[in-house]
Design a binder for this molecule. Structure first.
Ligand SMILES: NC(=O)c1ccc[n+]([C@@H]2O[C@H](COP(=O)([O-])OP(=O)(O)OC[C@H]3O[C@@H](n4cnc5c(N)ncnc54)[C@H](OP(=O)(O)O)[C@@H]3O)[C@@H](O)[C@H]2O)c1
Length: 363
């Protein structure tokens, strides 16, 4: 049995209904209807977003992953696509459309998690697209309260059934924190030594339910702690926060040396900092020089650094924009890299306090 964990769901639309027209007000209703239909049409085409300036979709001419890797090869031999659609905070009645827009634009990689609470909608959208299962890379993550080896398989099964599949391409330990089943006090033994959890994951690889396993939010010490065990399958990836404000150059260099692929989460800076990221002068200068958008500069920079990039958007035109990346000329890449590593690094995501644990999860 899976224990219940609470998570914050994004505010969703209320699904309000239009009242039927009465005779007297019919004319007014028709006018409103015309405005409404026009509005929906313009909205779908992205016009209202750009007109209102809230969800702007910039114009660009990029339509390839010019010169940058489209995939990385994992130790299993599987090829993981270098750009994924992130699914955190992709709320109800939005995430399905975003997944559909992504698949239709050519995305082959979705980054989800059980805790995001949207796997059923993602699965339903995938079913609608009719995309063959083998053409899409599905990642999910084991939540903190299911680290006990006895809980791992049922947690995985819950994700598989919601997504409507019988295997995942990648399953990650979401955080290096094992909570007790009721989600309250943390389990110190399993937090200090995740090997029992890992062995269970290895077993599920052998059972064919997962193709690759990895970790998320692990620092070097925690990776070394895990890999000091006799692992059958070493972690295939480590998914961590990487963005302009928190470029993680040291972890990246260490991971490359160790042969561990990093996945960059909150690549645009996350919800709260995306505007700031896209307004950094050097980012804007490079965008103007290359005729691409600031988001494309940032996404390209990530893949050029050798990481998978996981931009999240529920805005169809942005979803498409984020897929198109290109190799930055060396001097522009270096300029951006220098700017990113020259300021005080500032993390955007650290839930330690909200979990009420008495240590920093990143220490
Ligand atoms: N493993 C972990 O613990 C962990 C933690 C955090 C995130 N992640 C993964 O990483 C993914 C991305 O991280 P994130 O969601 O924190 O941050 P992000 O992708 O850096 O930023 C998302 C924000 O950027 C906006 N945006 C996206 N593309 C844009 C564009 N082209 N132009 C302007 N604005 C744009 C989105 O708005 P709209 O949606 O409104 O378009 C949203 O507000 C998550 O979805 C999740 O898959 C994993």
């Amino acid at each position: 049995m899976l224990s219940k964990v609470t998570y914050k769901q994004l505010p969703t639309h209320n699904g309000s209904r239009t009242k039927p027209c009465h005779r007297k007000t019919k004319g007014v209703c028709v006018i409103f209807l015309v405005i409404f239909v026009l509005g929906v049409g313009l909205h779908r085409a992205g016009f209202t977003h750009s007109f209102l300036g809230t969800r702007k979709c910039a114009s660009y001419s990029l339509s390839t992953t010019g010169g940058l890797p489209t995939h990385y090869t994992l130790p299993s031999g599987d090829k993981i696509p270098s750009v994924a659609l992130g699914l955190w905070k992709a709320g109800k009645n939005q995430v399905g459309n975003a997944v559909q827009a992504a698949v239709e634009s050519g995305y082959q990689h979705l980054d989800g998690a059980w805790i995001y609470g949207n796997e059923a909608e993602v699965g339903a959208a995938l079913k609608r697209t009719n995309i063959p299962r083998e053409d899409i890379w599905l990642t999910s993550k084991l939540w903190n309260s299911f680290h006990d080896p006895e809980d791992v398989e049922s947690a995985l099964d819950a994700s598989l059934s919601r997504l409507g599949t019988d295997y995942l391409d990648l399953y990650l330990i979401h955080w290096p924190l094992a909570l007790n089943r009721d989600g309250s006090v943390y389990n110190q033994a399993l937090t200090d030594d995740p090997y029992p959890t890992w062995k269970k994951l290895e077993e599920l690889v052998d059972k064919g339910k997962i193709r690759n396993i990895g970790v998320s939010n692990f620092n070097i010490r925690r990776i070394q702690n895990l890999t000091a065990n006799p692992l059958k399958y070493p972690p295939a990836v480590n998914q961590v926060e990487i963005n302009f404000w928190f470029p993680q150059a040291e972890l990246l260099a260490w991971s490359k040396e160790y042969g561990l692929l990093l996945e960059a989460y909150s690549p645009l800076g996350g919800d709260g900092r995306v505007g700031e990221t896209l307004s950094v002068p050097v980012v804007k200068e490079i965008a103007a020089e290359l005729g691409i958008t600031p988001a494309q500069v940032i996404n390209s920079w990530h893949v050029q650094r050798g990481t998978v990039v996981l931009p999240k958007s529920v805005t169809p035109c942005r979803v498409e924009e984020n897929l198109h990346i290109t190799k930055l000329p060396d001097e522009l890449f270096e300029k951006l890299e220098t700017a990113a590593i020259s300021h005080e690094p500032k993390r955007g995501v650290n839930p330690s306090k909200s979990w009420g644990i008495d240590f920093d999860i990143f220490d």
